[in-house]
Design a protein around this ligand. Sequence first.
Ligand SMILES: Cc1ncc(COP(=O)(O)O)c(C=O)c1O
Length: 372
Amino acid sequence: MASRGDQPVIPNVHIQAMPPWSPPPGPEPSDPESDSARPPRRMNLNESPYPPSPRAIEAMREACGTVNRYPDAHWRALTRALSARTGVPDARIVVGNGSDELIASATRVTLTPGDEVIAPAPSFGSFAKGTAIQGAKLVSVPVRGDGACDPEAMLAAVTDRTRLMFLATPNNPTGGMLAAREIQDVARHLPDTVLLVLDEAYHEFAMHAGGEDPLPVMRERAGPWAIFRSFSKAYGLAGVRVGYLLCGSEAVAGGFQVARNAFTVNAIAQAGALAALEDEAHMRDIVAKMAAERDRLADGLRGLGLVPMPSVGNFVSTATSRPAGEIIAGLRERGILISGIPAPGYENHIRLTVGLPEDTDAALAALAGLLE
Ligand SMILES: Cc1ncc(COP(=O)(O)O)c(C=O)c1O
């Protein structure tokens, strides 16, 4: 990292040690002079291709009229609604600017340099990033063959330096989910000195696939825990950034409260999330559409001779016969954005987010050409 004489520009040694970072690439801003009218097909960020509930859009429009005021710093209407939905008391619910922000907070509230964090590999990149910023050590535990976290191996990796464990179900990018009894095993056996984070960004997809709600078994845990959920996926609100925590105790919620900024979720986002939550029928409808399209995409990949991982999320990952970078670049040239899996051993894997039916058709046709 650059320095001025002996003085590093960025004095934090943990940040200095990290490789350069930038957010995932999105489409280039559209060029008004260009004749290519079609924006790229966004199959790279696990977004919903469907807009949110019309009720959420209306609520957000209405909220625009009062943005001269700060938002409710306690997100009261939203936590009340989430409490009614989950049975977790309001005082144990913390809302954030996307669950990504809350993942960063989880590392801030638990870790000091030299501590250890256990996370599945491959998984969501923010687990590793937050860990590195705190100067802690990431202990990566490979996922099982079914693409789910490996609870037994993760428990076996615990040492007396472990302070945080990330379990993700369904896991992104491998798509596998855990049974409630497997989560229960971790909840029971993980030492009380470790915060157990259950990342359920794709919770509604797991429920649609017949999964069991893990909340009852998490409640059996005596030690600290928090479930992380998101409005970005099933509720189609990725652009306004709302995620939330269901915490095992007020003490855990209190740690996250101390770590947060005062007005972390804007008023438009709070209004949209509340209205989206109240339109459960819309959410279920778009989850059902995305799940059906995911299965059609996986079938199409099998038709190309690939072996996609069995995913219950809104994405499908697969190994290919070519380096992922070549496939990603080839699809980008054809106006289709997908992602790779930046983890050792996955250099020839790609991940496709479920889009509209025409996106599936376009991606399969382009892949057929690239894999010939
Ligand atoms: C496993 C997992 N956790 C968390 C997130 C972050 O979601 P958001 O910050 O949009 O709530 C994602 C997003 O892709 C994810 O895949």
